[in-house]
Design a protein around this ligand. Structure first.
Ligand code: BES
Ligand code: MN
Ligand code: MN
Length: 462
């Protein structure tokens, strides 16, 4: 595999520059103002896949943004790897908190990335990580080392819930048939601590609306005599956690998988420094469910968080008013074996039931998805483990993540295949935040490691 290293060294500047070009297109799926840019990004991904060596690449239309599908079938009797990624990105807001414009990528050194990091929306999540696969594929093609078949499915609606991908997968089972699914859309513990993500949390996302009087009222004339929707909403939200930070929705924990003491002890072995964690976030203490460590709270335990809350007057100065309405957006991160639709229903029933007289409450379910846990005794995991051993000189640590990629559970259901999550991002890369970045070292390490996965997976499948 010396050729891998040689080819990478010769082409790394171009690999970086191509990613920078891709990052210049603002493919924000949540905001219709960027719809043409999202479509242009799909075209750019198609071109990249063709240039890298796919035999065919199609732009598959959906009710929303298209899915880019490409493949290279060298021999139907060999194993097939299906690579999934997304070309859409989160909105860049709040823009003023960026040190450089989100869609004008720049390379800057940071303490963690002395080799430089590319700063742009989508640098890590997921254009950078997705593009590692395109370049690793190019590298295998150009050095004549592709050992098996490859299919790429790169979607444009991950950040808005992948609402049309399920139908596409269900309607294209044959086309997408594979032996393993490979995704880089997660992270690793640290640059010198490689890890493989073995779990993702599920999600239930809802919006709530509390209505009091039929119009905004003078807070002196009416104050004290009618329900104030903002007071009521905040009180209702506060009641969703008890003094131990346990969620109070009846039935919420019924299906939560409780890990054995052995499993928890194994988790606790992963390197974690609480002081550094607090320092990185500028907090004087952590906060969460009683009886669980920080790493457990953000991976094997479910959560309920307000993501946004609004209502009333927030302009300059003061306005004495009781607003007619108050709103909040709430996410619940779920763990195996909670069913997201059931949790949404439990939330709705409970939230409506705790509304006091004097207001009406509407709960609007948004999207959601199931969590996922991948076994570590299969060829996919073993191949990934060997790949990291080769390029990092260390055995990767299996680690459950707190984030969600809802489509992974659906892949298992529709395609009966396991997913291997080889993430190369770091928690400090600020995905979804201002100043998102992706280390150049991480990007190149990913490109270097992926071909070894293909090699080992093919060998183990024999
Ligand atoms: N790539 C992330 C998910 C992720 C990041 C998982 C880091 C593990 C580690 C993905 O793009 C994402 O942001 N997913 C959303 C869910 C979706 C339904 C909007 C999320 O987790 O909020
Ligand atoms: Mn992502
Ligand atoms: Mn994301």
């Amino acid at each position: 595999m010396q050729q891998v290293t040689d080819y990478l060294n010769k082409n790394k500047d171009r690999f970086i520059n191509e990613l920078i070009e891709l990052l210049k297109i603002p493919s924000v799926s949540a905001d219709p103002a960027f719809s043409q840019d999202v479509l242009n990004t799909a075209e750019a991904v198609k071109t990249a896949l063709l240039e890298a060596g796919c035999d065919t690449v199609e732009i598959c239309e959906t009710k929303g943004y298209p899915i880019v599908y490409g493949e290279k079938i060298i021999d139907p009797s060999l194993p097939t790897v299906l690579v999934y990624g997304h070309y859409d990105v989160q909105p860049a807001d709040p823009i003023d908190l960026w040190d450089s414009p989100p869609f004008e990528p720049v390379i800057k050194n940071t303490e963690i990335h002395p080799e430089g990091a590319i700063f742009a929306r989508g640098a890590c999540d997921d254009k950078g990580q997705m593009y590692m696969h395109v370049k690793a594929f190019e590298l295998m093609i150009k050095t004549n080392q592709l050992p098996c078949n490859v299919k790429f499915m790169i979607e444009g609606e991950e950040e808005v819930g992948s609402e049309n991908l399920g139908e596409f997968v269900a309607n294209n089972r044959e086309k997408l048939a594979n032996d393993i699914i490979l995704i880089s859309d997660t992270g690793m513990i640290a640059k010198d601590v490689p890890s493989i993500t073995t779990g993702l949390r599920g999600l239930s996302y809802v919006e709530v609306e509390v209505t009091g009087p039929n119009r905004d009222l003078h807070s002196g004339l009416y104050g004290g005599a009618v329900a104030n929707p903002i007071n009521v909403l905040t009180k209702m939200i506060a009641s969703l956690h008890d003094e131990n930070n346990h969620i109070t929705i009846p039935g919420f924990y019924d299906k939560v998988e409780e890990l054995s003491q052995e499993e928890r002890a194994a988790m606790a072995k992963a390197p974690f420094n609480l002081e550094n964690y607090k320092k990185a976030l500028d907090i004087n203490d952590v906060y969460g469910e009683k009886g669980y460590t920080t790493n457990e709270r953000n991976s094997i335990r479910p959560t309920l968080d307000v993501n946004g809350i609004w209502g009333g007057y927030i302009g300059a100065g003061a306005k004495t008013v009781i607003a007619s309405k108050a709103y909040a957006k709430i996410s619940m991160r779920l763990v195996p074996h909670q069913e997201w639709e059931e949790i949404t229903q439990l939330f709705k029933t409970h939230f409506e039931s705790i509304a006091p007289a004097g207001v009406t409450v509407v709960v609007k379910p948004h999207h959601g998805g199931q969590g996922y846990v991948t076994p570590i005794d299969n060829n996919g995991y073993k191949a990934a483990e060997k790949a990291y051993q080769t390029t990092f000189g260390k055995t990767p640590i299996p680690q459950r993540s707190g984030g969600s990629i809802p489509i992974v559970a659906l892949f298992e259901k529709e395609l009966q295949s396991k997913t291997i999550l080889m993430g190369f991002g770091l928690d400090s890369d600020a995905i979804h935040s201002p100043n998102e970045h992706f280390g150049v070292w991480n990007y190149l390490k990913g490109i270097e490691t992926i071909p070894y996965f293909y090699q080992h997976f093919t060998e183990l499948s024999k």
